[in-house]
Design a protein around this ligand. Structure first.
Ligand code: GLC
Ligand code: GLC
Length: 815
């Protein structure tokens, strides 16, 4: 088995030691408004806020070689031409290392005694990316070499940029001033922003025309200017503007030269646009470059990136977990993934092109579950933004664009699980913060401009929406789909050019979803607790009655004998039932019925989990989505049957839904099973990277299942709901530290052989140092809870009211 790298837990880094990983292994920079994506070979791109509308550098997806655009440095020394990140030249290096850290990547390449280090990051609060570059002569002789930088500019609107060449080939404009290249395409007309690509050191040449630097018949592996050793000082007029700078260096033995390159998005604001006709006012660009010309500022900015992450991560740390994989995921990488999914939803990754998908309604609500502890104020704003895209009858736009915060009309609504997720995110926010005022925030409905209805109104509307839209079994109507985007029971599509999601008429639809029923149980139970906490007993019992009613319906209509039926199609035939030829059992209805509290008193919940274990689970890969996979296309089921067996929603291992089963096991005190299942999809625990292929530090959306020809192959890493839910599993269900309205609830579910662990949790302004011991080798049940020396009844650490900011908690399991 090839070894591509390892975790450096002390530095919270993943260290890639060979550049030729099975797939590009990606990292993200930035967590405010400016984002960069970089692979271990410096591939990737940069954008401001919205990867579709404000993309700064180009990236050709699905390219071959894969991942061939990025932020490249070339070294030319004598005849030899190489990149410290190996690509694009792929010249063999004497040493290579890429350290993907939190919000930065540090690539170091060495050849013939010359070492080049490229440290890339986005300083907090800034709309720019810094590359700190160090060139070192590790030989005993003086060395002469030329270094070239290279990026290709994107004309901001990425779709147009990659499709509309009859226009884009004529609009490109740049200006050059000293060591700075200004990409100002469309600035003369409606844009009031530009891209700065500046070097903080004197340069010895530049190019801004791709044809001049790379050459029409050359490639990035042998750019003309680098091969000849000389930039041509070209100015781009149309075609493809690029940024390339040449730096000639003479380095004495042991000498090091360090400087920075800055890639910035600059908004001109109220400043005059031009100094003179066709000459841009560059005041802001000059200021940025001057600022970062001081290496101390660069260092301080990098320290700020690290300090910010340390401070965020200090909110939840579990330093002594007996399992190394769970420990590093929960302490570091899982939280990093939660940040990425919160910021980017499903828009820009190695698989999401940044063009097709905005923020998802259901996705963003779920992302909050794993993010809210990090930056609750941002979660609060997000919840209100999301709610504002709901219509007054409860329908939700399935997606919205982050820049405009408006729902995407082309996809529309009618994904009938969408409204309910808002309740989960809102309750999670209030449990974390105690801030009930969010419920009274006016966040009107998308179809009632200017309306001032409150968030609580949205929540009630969401409940009502499910109640109003029910089918023949009194179960919720599914609409275009529920959580499973590919269970399209109303589309009946026979036309290959239409989308399964939007095809088909859902007016008058009869198809019903048991998954939504389970989610409704979960959401209403959450809401009952909230109303009780608010002292609104009448509202609590009103909602409780809906819960009871739906529970009765689920138990009467949806039990299939050994598991819960998944759905009823438009003809009211069961889906995910023993009576089906294929797709007899699905994971989502087991998960949500159990999580919603069905099957608790009649043994069904346990049976449902056992059925998952029997039909869907393998310890190597996790749980497939259903069994058996569909071998043929069923128009009455939609996209779910369109994938080849064992991939995606057709019985692939869809990591996201696995996490709900993990929670299910912890509800039953099955600590061994919970951990075993957790590890089955945990990227850090994957051993054979040639088989798994995806990044070892973040979850992938999907792993090809036991039913596929390529079991164990991970795909679509980073932007998946698995991020948030896995953090919930590890931090709240297994380690059992659960924010609640009245305090921190402690309810771990661990393998019996664990002797204990500790968690440090900042909650409502207090740091709780929690030591859990397990003297009797139990999985679940708190026997005693001692808070600052005082024994407390029950398992909730009450909120401290006496101003203490550090509290010691001793928990003994074994009740
Ligand atoms: C993707 C979608 C998500 C959906 C899931 C299952 O992850 O982003 O909304 O729930 O697929 O279809
Ligand atoms: C979700 C699903 C994917 C499907 C897509 C359609 O992302 O995961 O399988 O193709 O939705 O928009």
């Amino acid at each position: 088995m090839a070894n591509y790298g390892h975790f450096d837990d002390a530095h919270r880094e993943y260290v890639i030691t060979r550049p030729d990983t099975p797939l590009p292994w990606l990292n993200y920079f930035g967590q405010d408004e400016f984002f960069g994506m970089a692979t271990q070979t410096a591939g990737g791109y940069t954008f401001w806020k919205d990867a579709k509308l404000r993309r700064l550098t180009r990236y050709r997806y699905n390219n071959n070689p894969m991942d061939n655009d990025g932020r490249f440095l070339y070294v030319k020394q004598g005849k030899s031409v190489w990149n410290p990140g190996w690509k694009p030249t792929r010249t063999k290096l004497d040493a290579f290392e890429c350290r993907h850290g939190l919000g930065y990547s540090r690539i170091t390449g060495k050849k013939d005694g010359i070492e080049v280090e490229q440290l890339m990051f986005v300083p907090p609060g800034e709309n720019l990316e810094v590359w700190k570059i160090s060139v070192r002569n590790k030989t005993k002789k003086t060395q002469k070499l030329s270094l070239f930088s290279y990026v290709e500019f994107c004309s901001f609107e990425a779709l147009n940029d990659m499709t509309n060449y009859q226009r884009t080939y004529s609009i490109g404009e740049v200006e050059i001033e000293g060591s700075a290249i200004y990409h100002k395409t469309e600035y003369r007309e409606r844009r009031n922003h530009y891209t700065l690509f500046g070097c903080t050191r004197k340069i010895d040449g530049y190019d801004t025309s791709r044809d001049a630097f790379v050459g029409v018949h050359h490639g990035l592996h042998d750019p003309k200017a680098v091969m000849t050793g000389k930039c041509t000082n070209s100015r781009a007029y149309g075609w493809n503007p690029v940024g390339a700078q040449q730096i000639n260096l003479t380095l004495k033995p042991g000498q090091e030269e360090t400087f920075a390159i800055v890639l910035a998005y600059v908004e001109q604001g109220d400043l005059p646009k031009f100094d003179s006709p066709m000459v841009m006012n560059k005041t802001k660009g000059r200021e940025i470059l001057a600022k970062y010309s001081d290496l101390k500022v660069v260092e301080a900015a990098f320290d700020a990136v690290k300090a910010r992450w340390e401070s965020l991560l200090s909110i939840y740390q579990a330093p002594k977990v007996p399992n190394e994989h769970l420990q590093r995921m929960v302490n570091t990488w899982n939280q990093v993934q939660c940040m990425a999914t919160f910021n980017l939803s499903r828009s820009a990754s190695g698989y999401e092109t940044g063009i097709g998908r905005g923020m998802g309604y259901r996705d963003s609500n779920q992302d909050i579950l794993g993010f809210v502890h990090l930056l609750p104020a941002r979660a609060r704003q997000r919840i209100l933004d999301i709610a504002s895209t709901q219509l007054s009858d409860g329908t939700c736009f399935h997606q919205y664009q982050p820049l405009t915060k408006k729902g995407n009309a082309d996809i529309g609504g009618g994904f009938n699980d969408d409204p309910l997720w808002l309740i989960l995110s809102t309750c999670a926010y209030i449990r974390e913060t105690g801030d009930l005022t969010i419920l009274n925030e006016p966040c009107g409905y998308a179809d009632k401009p200017g309306s001032k209805d409150t968030l609580l109104h949205h929540i009630e509307t969401s409940i009502q929406y499910t109640l109003n839209n029910r089918g023949p079994h009194a179960l919720p109507l599914i609409g275009h789909a529920d959580w499973n985007d590919c269970l399209n029971l109303n589309c009946h599509s026979k036309e290959p050019n239409e989308s399964f999601q939007t095809a088909g008429d859902i007016a008058g639809s009869k198809a019903e979803s048991v998954m939504i029923a389970g989610l409704f149980l979960y959401a209403t139970r959450d809401l009952v607790k909230l109303y009780n906490f608010m002292g609104q007993a009448q509202d609590a019992s009103r909602i409780q009655a809906h819960y009871d009613d739906m529970l009765k319906t689920v138990e009467e209509q949806a039990w299939d004998g050994a598991w819960y039926t998944r759905a009823f199609d438009a003809q009211s035939n069961p889906v995910g039932s023993k009576s089906c030829e294929e797709g007899k059992i699905y994971i989502e209805s087991q998960a949500w019925c159990v999580l919603g509290g069905a099957g608790q008193n009649n043994g069904r919940a346990k049976k449902a989990l056992q059925a998952v274990d029997k039909y869907l689970y393998t310890p190597e890969h996790g749980c497939a989505l259903q069994y058996p996979p569909y071998s043929t296309y069923h128009s009455e089921l939609g996209e779910v049957s369109s994938y080849p067996p064992g991939y995606k929603e057709n019985a692939g291992v869809f990591s996201h839904n696995n996490t709900w089963i993990h929670i299910g096991w912890t509800m039953f005190g099955e600590g061994e099973k919970a951990l075993e299942y957790y590890l089955s999809i945990c990227p850090s625990a994957k051993k054979d990277h040639d088989k798994y292929r995806s990044e070892p530090y973040v979850y992938a959306q999907m792993t090809a299942s036991q039913f596929s020809p390529t079991p164990g192959e991970g795909k679509n890493s980073w932007l998946t709901g698995t991020g948030a839910w896995s953090f919930v599993v590890a931090s709240q269900s297994i380690l059992g530290v659960q924010p609640d309205y009245t305090g921190l609830r402690i309810d771990p579910c661990i393998p019996k052989k664990w002797k204990g662990f500790s968690v440090s949790r900042k909650f409502r302004g207090v740091t709780y140092s929690i030591e859990v011991t397990n003297p009797k080798s139990k999985s679940k049940g708190v026997k005693s809870l001692v808070v600052d020396g005082q024994k407390i009844a029950g398992n909730i650490i009450p909120l401290s009211t006496d101003g203490r900011t550090a509290v010691k908690v001793e928990v003994t399991l074994g009740a």
